[in-house]
Design a protein around this ligand. Structure first.
Ligand code: SF4
Length: 258
């Protein structure tokens, strides 16, 4: 997916050939689509193609930082294998269709399910890869059009247990402060989170905090790269990690190691 890139001052070689960075048509600020950190990226567009991705300076949460995915993982946009038109299955075969045709068909099917089986027959499932704005619109659509609260997204699979633990311990299941706060924190507790691999830009802020003197405590049933930066590592038994955040008496199930 990531082509071999060779940067020179004004020219860049990609799998599609050499691109002259002097001929920039426009720069577009947008959100990296890969993970929930939501890094702001500046896409450089030339000849109708994305030719480069920079971290957007001065904007939270990343202030110019990007990981390898946000920096180089955009060739898929111009991939000839990418599906760019809706497909409708007719007589057992997918055929290209217009957006109007596709949306009319979906609306018709939803309406007939609603009429035949009632509101509870419908549900919606979204993704953490969508922006907050997309997910806001999605849940509005489900509640107003389907008329129910059958809406969820992949967080249920990722960290539903953590959400409950955080709700009970700090009163909120979502992050309660900004990513840049890691830089000025006195102590950083990382539990069940391989942030160096999964949310690399967040990890850079945590590592910066460590350099400035924060103590780092890692609680996890398995080894993660964050252990290298930790002052204290607690090897929790699987199933008890969230209990540590939720209930102090659950600490008895952990074995602290330095
Ligand atoms: S950490 Fe990497 S993958 Fe995640 S939003 Fe930032 S650049 Fe994209």
């Amino acid at each position: 997916m990531y082509p071999a890139l060779s940067y020179r001052r004004h020219r860049r070689e990609t799998s599609q050939g050499e691109i002259n960075l002097d001929q920039i048509d426009k720069k577009v600020i947008t959100t990296c689509p890969y993970c929930g950190v939501g890094c702001q990226i500046e896409l450089i567009v030339s000849g109708g193609r994305i030719v480069r991705s920079n971290g957007a300076e001065g904007l939270p949460p990343n202030d110019g930082r990007l990981c390898v995915k946000g920096r180089f993982g955009y060739d898929f946009v111009h991939s000839p294998d990418r599906l760019t038109t809706p497909l409708i299955k007719r007589n057992g075969k997918f055929e290209e269709a217009s957006w109007d045709e596709a949306l009319d068909l979906v609306a018709e099917k939803f309406s007939s399910i609603l009429a035949d089986h009632g509101s509870e027959a419908l549900a919606g499932y979204s993704s953490a890869k969508c922006t907050n704005e997309d997910n806001f619109l999605f849940q509005k659509f489900i509640r107003l059009v389907f008329g129910n609260n059958n809406v969820d997204y992949c967080t249920r699979l990722c960290h539903a247990s953590t959400v409950i633990a955080m709700l009970r311990s700090i009163g909120d299941g979502a992050g309660s402060n900004s990513i840049e706060d890691y830089v000025t924190a006195d102590c950083i507790l990382v539990t069940g989170n391989n942030m160096i691999d999964t949310h690399p830009v967040t990890a850079t802020f945590a590592k910066q905090g460590k350099k400035k003197g924060a103590r780092v405590v890692v609680i996890d049933p398995k080894w993660t790269p964050m252990v290298i930066h930790a002052d204290l590592v607690a090897s929790a038994q699987a199933g008890y990690r969230c209990g540590i955040a939720e209930r102090h008496d659950e600490r008895d199930h952990c074995q602290g190691t330095h």
